[in-house]
Design a protein around this ligand. Sequence first.
Ligand code: EPU
Length: 420
Amino acid sequence: MDSFSIKGGVPLHGEVTISGSKNAALPIMAAALLTDEPCVIRRVPDLSDTRFMVKILESLGATATFTDGTLTIHAKKIRGYADYELVRKMRGSICIAGPLLARLKKARVSLPGGCIIGARPINLHLKGFAALGARIEIAGGYVDASAKKLVGASVFLGGRAGPTVLGTANVMMAATLGEGLTVIESAACEPEVVDLAEFLNAMGARITGAGSPTITITGVAKLHGAEHEVIADRIEAATFLIAAGATDGEVTLKGTRPEHLRAVIDKLNEAGVAVERRGANLVVRRKGKLKSADITTLPYAGFPTDVQAQMMSLLTLAPGISIITERIFEARFMHVSELARLGADIEIEGPSAIVKGGRPLSGAPVMASDLRASAALVIAGLAAKGTTQVNRIYHLDRGYERMDLKLRKLGARIERVEEK
Ligand code: EPU
């Protein structure tokens, strides 16, 4: 398993180009299953997760070519069965269920199972499919969804932690080829849902309201091929903003969508990191000393759970007490004990982490536990004195395109150590 070796204490300087969004690309790739015509998707990040989604689509019978960020998918003839061995490796693969159900009127998809950040049920996805008239059976670890036809309905998709992002994507995709009108209430408002709706509309779907809590889908008989460019990855952008702030550097982020980063920029400002907008670019630098800040993760447009871990690394450097409350996933504090190995003082109390910041961090070997926790450890390693070895960075490779190379270009002393 590869690791990163980071010699910390070097402020990041220079320019970095932000990649296309992983979490927008995955459901958009699945949406290509809705048509027998080719779809061209540009700005697809080259990640193990997107490569993996290509494998899943191929296992269903689609062909795919992936060159220089452009992915062409042709799902001329497909089957409705996705194998456990493939699906279990990536939770995001659940978003093939909606398109399969819409196009074939049957989908057999392995239950994705929990993951390190929480239980991750799919009850809301299934509730949506059932509302459209699908029969749902769960047996042997698989979900079987089938319908003679899908018929538009009104469905409320709010759950215990608010709306569901992939659940909204799945039900929206299933409804595109249904009969009549579907209204999703308490829909997720994330920009990735909006991007998917734009792609679906380019394919001939009739969707309005994406980005608001009420999405309306008027079913059509057929969808056709389309071209689309994936939005900038707001989580990658946030990670670089925080890394620049944590190392007291000055970095220009190119190709971002600043309007998707409002909650993050607001909290960075509060923590003493200035972010200036110049068109699609963002320039980040400190404005004096770091300050403590309280954060609660919420569905969009609130502070994203996918940036909670990285922000915690920054706040360990800010004198004073910061309280970070995680409201989306119940077990997303795996980074806390690893940050403690670098000298951070953090206590967990229920859904909150209490960060007593301002102590200098010093390098140590640490273990990455999930994608965003890994990014947090890299940021802490960049800010720490001495050498930090971040082990198990395959988690990071799932969601960050060439992070080590991008950081090196900004002056970081970071090396990938390949295990022979
Ligand atoms: N939930 C339910 N029932 C469901 C679905 C979700 O109770 O049927 C709960 C979840 O347990 C959680 C909350 O609802 O407490 C929100 O989960 P959501 O369904 O929105 O998460 P997701 O769609 O499975 C996507 C991203 C995650 C990101 C979350 C929240 C992708 C591939 N994944 O997951 O990204 O954290 O939305 O914004 O889009 C990451 O990139 O590191 C990552 C984990």
